[in-house]
Design a protein around this ligand. Structure first.
Ligand code: EPZ
Length: 425
């Protein structure tokens, strides 16, 4: 048996310019939202990643068609006539649950396989269900499937989320678009990807205000009033933050384009606190570090707090900083597995429940490591660029889910990195 891996070798620096692709965590939902458009929507700046391939298959299984021309997808949902998603696709990618809201918005019903958990947590959807129930949706669970119906019609409601869940905000918002009357979502998630989704829905004819803030108002419109649209996906702030962490790690100067710096304010604040110089423009961020990394404390929180999706990348910076850092993971219950892999490379990290105490060390040494999730995988490759010797990163399918041409982009800014096939360990 053979296995594709990424080999990362000690690299003097990452310098130059690299462009962030469109945001994975927006594009996936934009494809789902196209279900409401009942025609061929054009979605631009879509990243070439495996999760998009899976979501495209979900749309096709519903009766739609997805054609790709580079980073431009045409999602034609004219003939979407099913409201069921198959388990084998949902089990591949949890984000398939994002079709729940649009299917309810279009058909008043849905039959969606329950998403499983993953390495970083249980990934429950109870808040999705509570939000949608406020709009008249009734749920049953049958053989691992979620059966959603609206026996008394889909109507507006006053929703308050107990946690600003990204997915729950998105599904509730997408169903509310065609509900009779108005909906308010309080304690909504404020991530930039929510704002991007609402932008596209409004381009289709929806009436959404406040998306990207904690109170979202949706005025229901008729399904017939929703038309296909042409939308450009927002830049991927997490991919950009991953490269910026790499620039801070090895020194730079490194510029990342295709991203709105306002979407990275907390990450930029922490890079500066760690001793890096950061400059920003309207669609780019540059980082350079000429002095030793300084320890910082980090709390992951819903946006605009520090993004959990950058926690592993910044733990790597802390691992090589002068002093001790405390990282608190408040969003997912099991997102410190990266620490165990990094410790095999010589990091000194102690985990206590949601807290990681990271004692800075002078250097890391290359080792065979395993990607436990998408962002940990990205961070392990960066660790291999800083470590002495060679690092072999396995289970890189996680990385391919969310980083377009990660090796090619890293190599273009100086990384000694390659994809290769080895005998499975
Ligand atoms: C989205 O996941 C992103 N994924 C995640 O990115 C990201 O980490 C997360 O938002 C937080 O920003 C996509 O957009 C595809 P949540 P989502 O609902 O929507 C709990 C990556 O690496 N919760 O905000 O699933 C949940 O278990 C991925 O790109 C409930 O308990 O996140 C988690 O602990 C990883 N019940 C927390 O809330 C619910 O009904 C945040 O979840 C919903 C969520």
């Amino acid at each position: 048996m053979s296995e594709e891996v990424i080999i990362a070798r000690q690299t003097p620096n990452l310098t130059g310019t690299v462009k962030a692709s469109g945001a994975k965590n927006s594009a996936l939902k934009l494809l789902a939202a196209a279900i409401l458009g009942h025609g061929p929507s054009v979605i631009r700046n879509v990243p070439l990643i495996s999760d998009i391939t899976v979501m495209s298959k979900v749309i096709e299984r519903l009766g739609g068609t997805v054609t790709r021309d580079g980073h431009v997808l045409t999602v034609d949902t004219t003939n979407v006539d099913k409201w069921e998603t198959p388990y084998e696709l949902v089990s591949k990618m949890r984000a398939s649950i994002s079709v729940l809201g649009p299917l309810i918005g279009r058909f008043g019903r849905a039959h969606v396989a329950m998403p499983g958990g993953c390495q970083i947590g249980a990934r429950k959807i109870d808040m999705h269900l509570v939000g949608l129930e406020q709009l008249g949706v009734e749920f049953q669970i049958d053989h691992g499937f979620l059966i959603a119906t609206t026996p008394n019609g889909l109507h507006g409601g006053d929703v308050i989320l107990e946690f600003p869940s990204v997915g729950a905000t998105e599904n509730t918002m997408m169903a509310a678009v065609t509900a009779k009357g108005s909906t308010t979502i309080e304690n909504a998630a404020c991530e930039p990807e929510i704002h991007d989704l609402a932008l596209m829905l409004n381009e289709m004819g929806a009436q959404i205000e406040g998306a990207g803030t904690s109170v979202v108002h949706v005025h229901g419109v008729s399904l017939d009033d929703l038309k296909p649209c042409d939308h450009t996906t927002v830049g991927d702030r997490i991919e950009a933050g991953t490269f910026l962490a790499g620039g801070a790690l090895l020194g730079g100067p490194l510029t990342v384009t295709g991203v709105n710096p306002a979407h990275l304010r907390m990450a930029i604040l922490k890079l500066r606190a760690m001793g890096a110089d950061v400059e920003t423009g309207n669609d780019w961020v540059s980082v350079e570090r000429t002095r030793p990394l300084r320890a910082v404390d980090i709390q992951t929180l819903p946006h605009p707090g520090f993004p959990t999706d950058l926690q592993a990348q910044f733990m790597l910076l802390c691992a090589l900083a002068e002093g001790n850092s405390v990282i608190t993971e408040n969003v997912f219950e099991n997102r410190f597995m990266f620490a165990a892999e990094l410790s095999r490379m010589g990091a000194d990290i102690t985990i206590d429940d949601h807290h990681a105490v990271v004692r800075g060390v002078d250097k890391l040494s290359g080792a065979p490591v395993v990607s436990t999730d998408l962002r940990a995988g990205g961070a392990l490759v960066l660790a291999g660029l800083a470590a002495e010797g060679e690092t072999i990163v396995r289970k890189i399918n996680h990385i391919d889910r969310g980083y377009e041409d990660y090796v090619g982009k890293l190599a273009s800014i100086g990384a000694r990195v390659e994809r290769t096939v080895v005998d499975a360990i």
